[in-house]
Design a protein around this ligand. Structure first.
Ligand SMILES: Cc1cc2nc3c(=O)[nH]c(=O)nc-3n(C[C@H](O)[C@H](O)[C@H](O)COP(=O)(O)O)c2cc1C
Length: 178
């Protein structure tokens, strides 16, 4: 599959086929792609907590709010993404290199997440990124240290039906050429 096809295959899926589970090797490939993403000074502060067992999946699903929880009921795994704070964007003495501070850790995690989503799409695995989640409940369930900021939860699984892609802004609205 070429990159254009992978990009157009990736779409937010909100109705998953509960009868299909992602093989462990496929999951490892997807996470391996995320680890190849660039990061600030190669600091690699992104972290992934994978709720794969039925028990862990259900505990994290309960942290998503009613609508998201319903939409991901048939997914195979829930990947909680986070990053180690105060490293990416900071110098050796712990001072921010510029005005964005921990924004760079979030940026790095976002690139890693994009790699993850695209590799998943290439392997026929569908996804939903969710920012609506109760991060403190997730922290308690997975025992995530306070040194990490919890970001999105990504549901991975197999679509039960083909979703349509919401429209995008025209390029001339988001790009300015000089
Ligand atoms: C950071 C982020 C948070 C999101 N949070 C949610 C969410 O909580 N629930 C949901 O259904 N979709 C969520 N989405 C999915 C977006 O609504 C979706 O990506 C957007 O509408 C574009 O559609 P597409 O992904 O199908 O191309 C989120 C996406 C991103 C990138």
């Amino acid at each position: 599959m070429g990159l254009d096809e992978i990009i157009s295959r990736r779409v937010s899926v909100r109705h998953f086929d509960a009868s299909r589970k992602i093989p462990r090797e496929t999951l490892t490939e997807i996470l391996g792609a995320a680890s190849l993403a660039p990061s600030w000074k190669n600091s690699q502060t992104a972290r992934y907590y994978i709720a794969e067992s039925a028990g862990a999946f259900e505990k994290i699903r309960q942290c998503l709010g009613a609508r998201n929880a319903r939409n991901v009921a048939g997914a195979s795994v829930l990947a909680v993404t986070s990053f180690e704070k105060n490293i990416a964007g900071f110098d050796r003495d712990g001072r921010p290199d510029n005005e964005l501070g921990n924004g760079w850790g979030i940026y790095d995690s976002g690139i890693g997440n994009a790699f993850l989503l695209l590799k998943a799409a290439e392997l026929g695995v569908d996804s939903l990124v969710m920012g609506i989640r109760d991060s403190e409940a997730i922290r308690a369930v997975l025992d995530i240290p306070e040194s990490q900021e919890i970001l999105a939860v990504i549901a991975l699984g197999y679509r039960a039906a083909d979703p349509s892609r919401p429209p995008r802004k025209p390029l001339d609205e988001i790009i300015r050429m000089y």
